[in-house]
Design a binder for this molecule. Structure first.
Ligand code: PEP
Ligand code: MN
Length: 342
């Protein structure tokens, strides 16, 4: 249920509504728009229905939230405002476009420092790199773990870039939190609800990747698990889904960009690397994503892709990255967005 206050509502009237919401065991999510305050009553449907706040002092109208996801729904923002998050001095959302770049996996000190220097110079806002890797084969390299996190900490100390890195197991949460500015939840963990709730409790921004076969509604319900714990900073990520097509690794669902932006106020980024599985497709997909209104791109880059331990065929070459970034910046401008910088 959504309680829209009158533009003239006093703080006392707002507090009264919040107290009523709490009294039926629901949570009150208050958003202050430019004109009015909107209070989302989030909780058991039947209890919330008993609120009967129509006609209460200061209340303009009471509207049901029709979607099963509530906190991520754009309905909670009647003014249409988008969520904008500040992460290590960079912004994402609204007019701010974040290019997130780095290797698939952290391999060595030289590899991450060299890549970070290149992507930072080219205008990337954040550095990506996995220390814990979800691999299809249990025999494949699983990531450097804590040693990888230490290398990411060096990248941050030397280049001052915010770090995006994946968390797979809640037992690694503390270690990951020491270096991560954004915790990535991988496609394969999108519906790991205990993990989602746990990162929700940290308050650390989360980049939530769409599952390989997940619907947009399932993605938004997964985001809801994080938001429900009080963590408002969720970035949605389209990374390609499974279809009958076998000519490329996954099918990038670009329609997800405008549709998610209609359904939700949360920023939406696109990962062209994992969708394509092939370097030659990464630039065209990135341009299309930026022009379609994505709030950012997360892309894999390697100084020497032929020697990459993981995902080499899809990694952009570091020495070609500046040209790539410039073209993405132009495409983002088409959609009215500018690269965010420190
Ligand atoms: C990754 O970003 O390196 C990754 C493994 O992505 P996904 O979870 O989308 O497959
Ligand atoms: Mn990868």
């Amino acid at each position: 249920m959504m309680i829209v206050m009158k533009p003239t509502a006093t703080q006392e009237e707002i507090d009264h509504v919040i107290a009523r919401v709490h009294s039926v065991g629901a949570r009150a999510h208050v958003s202050k728009g430019e004109e009015v305050v909107v209070i989302g009553a989030i909780g058991d449907r039947e209890h919330v229905a008993r609120l009967e706040l129509e006609g209460a002092p200061g209340v303009s109208q009471v509207v049901p939230i029709l979607k099963p996801y509530k906190l991520s729904s754009s309905q909670l923002r009647p003014g249409g405002e988008r969520s904008v998050f500040e992460i290590g001095g960079r912004r994402i959302g609204g007019e701010h476009f974040a290019l997130i770049a780095g290797p698939c996996t952290v391999e060595s000190r030289e590899q991450v420092l060299e890549t970070a220097a290149v992507v930072k110079d080219a205008g990337a806002a954040m550095f990506r790199g996995g220390a814990y890797k979800p691999r299809t084969s249990p025999y494949a390299f699983q990531g450097l773990g804590q040693a990888g996190l230490r290398l990411l900490a060096e990248v941050k100390a030397i280049h001052g870039m915010p770090i995006v890195t994946e968390l797979m197991d809640v037992r690694d949460l503390e270690a990951v939190l020491e270096v991560a500015d954004v915790i990535q939840i991988g496609a394969r963990n999108m519906q790991n609800y205990t993990l989602l709730a746990e990162v929700g409790r940290t308050g650390c921004p989360v980049l939530l990747k769409r599952g390989l076969s997940a619907t947009l509604e399932e993605l938004l319900m997964a985001a809801e698990y994080v938001l429900k714990e009080g963590n408002e900073k969720v970035i949605l990520c389209e990374r390609g889904i499974r279809t009958f097509e076998t000519a490329y690794r996954f099918t990038l669902d670009l329609m997800a960009v405008p549709v998610l932006r209609q359904l939700s106020h949360l920023p939406v980024v696109v990962d062209p690397s994992h969708a394509a599985g092939r370097r030659d497709l990464v630039a065209p997909l990135s341009l299309a994503a930026a022009a379609a209104g994505a709030d950012g791109i997360i892309v894999e880059v390697h100084p020497n892709p032929e020697e990459a331990i993981c995902d080499g065929p899809q990694a952009l070459r570091a020495d070609e990255f500046a040209e790539y970034a410039a073209s993405v910046e132009r495409a983002a401008a088409v959609a009215g967005k500018a690269f965010t910088t420190a």
